[in-house]
Design a protein around this ligand. Structure first.
Ligand SMILES: Nc1ncnc2c1ncn2[C@@H]1O[C@H](COP(=O)(O)OP(=O)(O)OP(=O)(O)O)[C@@H](O)[C@H]1O
Ligand SMILES: [Mg+2]
Length: 212
């Protein structure tokens, strides 16, 4: 479904080189690594947001960095769901309006069961700025899943959550994948999340090492 070939990237220094990774349909893969190791950058490369210095990324056999604007927008809108480390919610909108915006753009219905499970039903009408960090994170997850993506790219999806909420959110993401035949690729520093994945890698010494 998604295949990264010989990915090399640097900013001020070399982040990683010659990384290969393949994610099949319904697979759940995690990449662990220390702060600054390049996890977010690698996820941005996989998800159309950062063209790598070297290497190629294929989605269903198409190189995502050679798509035209229309194909790219189509993939971002209908196929990929990206949960950013710093969630880009619309600050002047309510929680519900943020979720509605994503659903409308993707032509999907709002999933109220999901909203209930994420425990954000009672704050739907509140302005984003008045929500706690954890609530904002759960709204951003609801927003992404409302689009019904085929691959979820999640950057520290449990970063602002306590242990119980983190496990609950991971269970919701895994359940979404099972029910929708979707894949999940998560980058995180939290080793406790390993149990949720089919495969786990470490981004270390500029390489990807498999550890499960
Ligand atoms: N757009 C950019 N321009 C310049 N440098 C960047 C850019 N994005 C990331 N970097 C640098 O690349 C390195 C890796 O950043 P990245 O955000 O990928 O790490 P990370 O593993 O996700 O860290 P964290 O766990 O803290 O989120 C950092 O040194 C960062 O400053
Ligand atoms: Mg990061």
């Amino acid at each position: 479904m998604l295949r990264a070939e010989n990915i090399t990237h640097s900013f001020d220094y070399l982040l990683f080189e010659n990384i290969n990774l393949e994610i099949k349909s319904k697979e759940k893969v995690a990449i662990l690594g220390k702060s600054g190791s390049g996890k977010s950058s690698f996820l941005h490369i996989l998800s159309t947001f950062l063209s790598p210095e070297k290497g190629r990324v294929f989605y269903n056999s198409k190189n995502i960095y050679s798509l035209n604007e229309k194909e790219l927008i189509d993939i971002r809108k209908n196929e990929f769901g990206i949960i950013f480390q710093f969630h880009y919610l619309f600050n002047t909108f309510s929680a519900l309006e943020n979720i509605q915006a994503a659903a409308i753009l993707a032509g999907k219905e709002i999933d109220y069961d999901l909203i209930e499970r994420l425990d954000i039903k009672d704050v739907l009408n509140q302005n984003i700025q008045t929500l706690s960090g954890g609530q904002q994170q759960r709204v951003s997850i609801a927003r992404v899943l409302s689009k019904k993506p085929k691959i979820i790219f999640a950057d520290e999806p449990t970063g602002n959550l306590d242990k119980n909420n983190a496990n609950e959110v991971m269970e919701i993401l895994c359940e979404y994948c099972e029910m929708n035949n979707a894949s999940l690729i998560t980058v995180t520093h939290d080793e406790d999340l390993k149990i949720f994945f089919d495969r786990v890698y470490f981004l270390k010494d500029k390489r990807l090492e498999i550890c499960k």
